[in-house]
Design a protein around this ligand. Structure first.
Ligand SMILES: CC(C)(COP(=O)(O)OP(=O)(O)OC[C@H]1O[C@@H](n2cnc3c(N)ncnc32)[C@H](O)[C@@H]1OP(=O)(O)O)[C@@H](O)C(=O)NCCC(=O)NCCS
Length: 184
């Protein structure tokens, strides 16, 4: 559950600047234990970031506290598994709810606001909405610092991926997936 004085709402295009700042701060601070500086900066040039398609679809959320964005995340009915606007090979084609897994996308919480249930509240809202659209499975590409959060919420790991983010530079990600409980 969200802490008091925190509001979860749909993101709008006017949040873009604040979202980019939040994602960069979250990735640089919370990613520093698992990734090098070069890996984080490389990922911020494409793998991490806002996909404005989700904002336009109404499937990206923010949590606000005292007028400040302190968390974000979303889900998608489109094929792209991860990546912001700067990733050129995104695929906006639509998924088929009964057959394909909805995508869980770009969760980032402000470093001063972690472990307060913000990520969990956004994830619950995303899963709820995806189910309402007919999806019975979810999948995502987890960062190393995100794995335990998703595992706590029933996501199961696939095969680790080394994602290229520049000349001779890769970053470790982990695909994870989950079925809705009543479809196990
Ligand atoms: C992953 C992330 C989104 C989690 O957000 P959060 O708001 O801190 O998570 P919540 O408070 O909702 O956590 C709910 C539960 O998940 C688990 N969890 C969350 N973060 C965890 C961590 N770092 N280690 C172990 N368990 C964790 C815990 O069980 C937690 O409950 P508890 O605090 O009562 O023990 C946040 O840490 C983050 O932004 N990380 C950096 C960016 C990133 O890598 N995002 C993932 C992109 S795929």
């Amino acid at each position: 559950m969200l802490p008091p004085d925190h509001v979860l709402r749909r993101a709008t295009l006017s949040d873009l600047g604040a979202l980019e700042a939040l994602i960069a701060l979250s990735a640089r601070t919370l990613g520093a234990r698992d990734y090098s500086h070069a890996q984080i900066e490389g990922a911020l040039r494409g793998a991490f970031g806002v996909d404005t398609q989700l904002i336009r679809d109404g499937t990206y959320f923010v949590v606000e506290h005292g007028g400040q964005l302190v968390g974000c995340g979303g889900w998608s009915r489109r094929r792209t598994l991860f990546g912001g606007d700067a990733r050129p090979d995104r695929d906006a084609s639509e998924l088929e709810p009964g057959r394909d897994a909805a995508k869980i996308r770009a969760f980032f919480v402000h470093p001063d606001f972690v472990r307060r249930g913000i990520g969990e509240s956004i994830l619950a809202r995303c899963e709820q909405e995806a189910v309402a659209h007919g999806f019975t499975r979810f999948e995502l590409m987890a960062t190393l610092p995100g794995i335990r959060f998703y595992a706590t919420h029933g996501y199961v790991a696939g095969e680790p991926v080394k994602w290229p983010i520049g000349a001779e530079l890769t970053i470790d990600f982990l695909p994870m997936a989950k079925r809705t409980p009543d479809r196990n």
